[in-house]
Design a protein around this ligand. Structure first.
Ligand code: AP5
Ligand code: MG
Ligand code: ZN
Length: 217
């Protein structure tokens, strides 16, 4: 099962992707996670991406397209994959097509998670992530038992650098300008399905599973 998760910052792409990984045993490919790791390691890619990310802007298309082109070749993608945060622009979507054809793959589901902007800001300002295992929490909506400590592995939690209110506003604007047009793009190809992203984590996951377990169009 090859899947694209679309949705604004804070829609729950990463949260739902982690649940999909557990249930369907296919890898989550988050360009955001890959870029953050590169920034941390100060690789050439990370050095190029850092300034854009800190400002809440999208990283240039050629960089992320390169990442995805390489990552999809890995053998763990043979049973399927979840693209979380890619494509994010029309040129990225257009570049994905020939990459997939070359690998003999195609996309089965494009799922757009819909959440209104004010809720997104609330979610992002309260997000906490585990440094060790990547598990995601929210101080109000999905709290850990002990502050700053991961329930799953005991690792330390951190707040993402781009989860400051001002940067969040820029990310939401970038989304509207550059990424929202993908909804129409995939609609016109008849491959888009939307789910309401408001509700409990498990409730939303059930909506997701219902879509994933029905045959793609
Ligand atoms: P990226 O890491 O992809 O961030 P994003 O798109 O801004 O999305 P987020 O990860 O912030 O949100 P999410 O939808 O995963 O929500 P989550 O599940 O965490 O990208 C970061 C940066 O990298 C970009 O700004 C750009 O610079 C660069 N980049 C990445 N990909 C790129 C690309 N393709 N092209 C160019 N540049 C790229 O949930 C958020 C919070 O809400 C959590 O605290 C969670 O616990 C909580 N939550 C989740 N679901 C619910 C719920 N149902 N109810 C209540 N709370 C909930
Ligand atoms: Mg994410
Ligand atoms: Zn952890």
């Amino acid at each position: 099962m090859n899947l694209i998760l679309l949705g604004p910052p804070g829609a729950g792409k990463g949260t739902q992707a982690q649940k999909i990984v557990e249930r369907y045993h296919i890898p989550q490919i988050s360009t955001g996670d890959i870029l953050r790791a590169a920034v941390k390691e100060k690789t050439p890619l990370g050095l190029k991406a850092k300034g854009f990310m800190d400002q809440g802007q999208l990283v240039p298309d050629d960089l992320v397209i390169g990442i995805i082109g390489e990552r999809l070749k890995d053998p763990d993608c043979n049973q399927g994959f979840i693209l979380d945060g890619f494509p994010r622009t029309i040129p990225q979507a257009e570049a994905l097509q020939p990459i997939l054809v070359k690998l003999g793959k195609s996309i089965d589901h494009v799922i757009s998670i819909e959440v209104d902007p004010e809720e997104l800001v609330r979610r992002l300002t309260g997000r906490r992530t585990c440094k060790n295992c990547g598990a995601m929490y929210h101080v109000l909506f999905n709290p850990t038992q002990h502050e700053w400590m991961c329930d799953r592995c005991g690792g330390r939690l951190y707040q993402r650098d781009d989860d400051k209110e001002e940067t969040i506003r820029t990310r939401l604007k970038e989304y509207e300008k550059q990424t929202a047009p993908l909804i129409q793009y995939y609609k016109s190809k008849n491959s888009l399905r939307s789910i309401q992203g408001i509700g409990g984590l498990d409730e939303i996951f059930e909506r997701m599973v219902r879509l994933l377990d029905t045959k793609p169009r």
